[in-house]
Every structure is written in C-alpha cells, then in structure tokens.
Design a protein around this ligand. Structure first.
Ligand code: ITT
Ligand code: NA
Length: 198
C-alpha cells in the first residue's frame, strides 16, 4: 500500500502529500531512495511529460508511481510559458527570474488582458505499464507585482479573482483546496480508490 512520487520538486511533494493525506496509502518520494532515474521532459504536452515521468519511475522501481507536470498558460502570451514554465527564463533559472521575466513581458498589458490559467496533469503508472491520467485547471490573472510569501514558483503573481489574492497570499491550506493540482489529485483519489477495490 504505497505509491512512489516521481518529482524532484520539494514544494510539489509537500502539496501532493497534503492533498492525498486522507488516502490510505503511503506516498514515498523517489528522492528518498539512494538512486532514482533522471526524468527528461521533452514531450510536447503536459500529458506526455507526466506520462513519461510516471512510466520511467514505475519501471525503475517496479512500483506504482505518480507524476505531476504543471504549467502556467498566459493568454496574452498565446499560452506561454506552458510546458516551459520551469525554465521560462532559461535553464536552471530561479522562480524569481521567471516571475521577473513574466512581469516584464506583461508590463504594459492592462488588467483585463492579463488572464491566465494553471494546469496540472497527474499520471499514475503501474509497473506493468498501465497508465491513468487526470487533469485540473484554475483560471486567474497575472498580477502586476508579486504579492505574498507562501508556496513556490508563480504563486506570488498568480491572482485568484474570487479571493482577491494571489496563491502566495492565500497560503497552502486554501491553495490546496482549489488549485489546479488539487483538482487533478481529487480525480486521482477516485482512480486509486477504484483500483484498490478491484
Ligand atoms: P518535477 O518535474 O521534478 O516534478 P518541476 O519543478 O520541474 O518538477 P514541472 O516540470 O511541472 O515541475 O514545471 C512546472 C513549473 O511550473 C515549476 O517549476 C514551477 O515553476 C511552476 N509551477 C508548477 N506548479 C506550480 C504551482 O502550484 N504554483 C506555482 N508555480 C508552479
Ligand atoms: Na520537471
């Protein structure tokens, strides 16, 4: 009754564990093993990247595995950075670099044109090669300045109109109740429950 979590991102790991905490399954981060495979993201979609990560790690450990691929799609930028969200400002760039670049690209863009969405695809892979996908999306806007300190990545600039706050201002508890990742993982819970009943 355990499932490997294929991510190198500690923030994601924390959120995923928290959202799945009511499942009767132990979430084992792949980073807790002495060795784990390198996950290469060269797919054209979040679906491809999540599937490839989950499959590769499931095969390596011969254990059920889940992986998350997420991206921020900004309408004014025709959906960028999308699958390139992690390396938007360059290979090995910081979250801060990405946010600076995004705010600069949108500098003179008015409020009503700053719409965006965050999307997560979670893949669940079995050692034998079975694969399940679930996605989650949240709509919002890109704020003109960073605000808030919680979370990671684009959280200080992703603004949720219903709450009049960025993800970073909302804090993890509220974010984990309504985020792109939370929505995808609620579907994953159903998948895992139906698998463990069959
Ligand atoms: P793994 O592939 O190891 O899971 P990663 O950080 O490379 O970790 P992604 O390939 O999915 O993850 O890249 C998504 C990037 O989008 C991530 O690095 C963050 O910058 C950003 N991101 C993802 N989820 C986010 C969230 O909930 N809030 C803010 N930014 C997020
Ligand atoms: Na990645």
């Amino acid at each position: 009754k355990e499932i490997v979590l294929a991510t190198e991102n500690r923030h994601k790991e924390e959120e995923i564990k928290s959202i799945l905490k009511d499942l009767d399954i132990e979430i084992v981060p792949m980073t807790s093993f002495p060795d784990y495979p390198t996950m290469i993201e060269e797919g054209a979609t979040l679906e491809e990247n999540a599937s490839n990560k989950a499959r590769k790690v499931a095969e390596f450990f011969k254990k059920w595995t889940i992986a998350d691929d997420s991206g921020l799609e900004v309408d004014y930028l025709n959906g960028r950075p999308g699958i390139y969200s992690a390396r938007y400002a360059g290979e090995n760039c910081s979250y801060d670099d990405n946010n600076k670049k995004l705010l600069a690209e949108l500098r003179d863009v008015p409020e009503e044109k700053r719409t965006a969405n965050f999307r997560t695809v979670v893949a669940v892979a079995s050692p034998a090669g079975r694969l399940f996908l679930a996605d989650g999306k949240i709509f919002g806007t890109i704020k003109k300045h960073t605000a808030g300190t919680a979370g990671f990545g684009y959280d200080p600039v992703f603004y949720v109109p219903e709450y009049e706050k960025t993800f970073a201002e909302l804090g993890c508890e509220i974010k984990n109740s309504l985020s792109h990742r939370a929505k995808a993982l609620q579907k994953v819970k159903k998948i895992i429950k139906s698998l463990s009943n069959s």
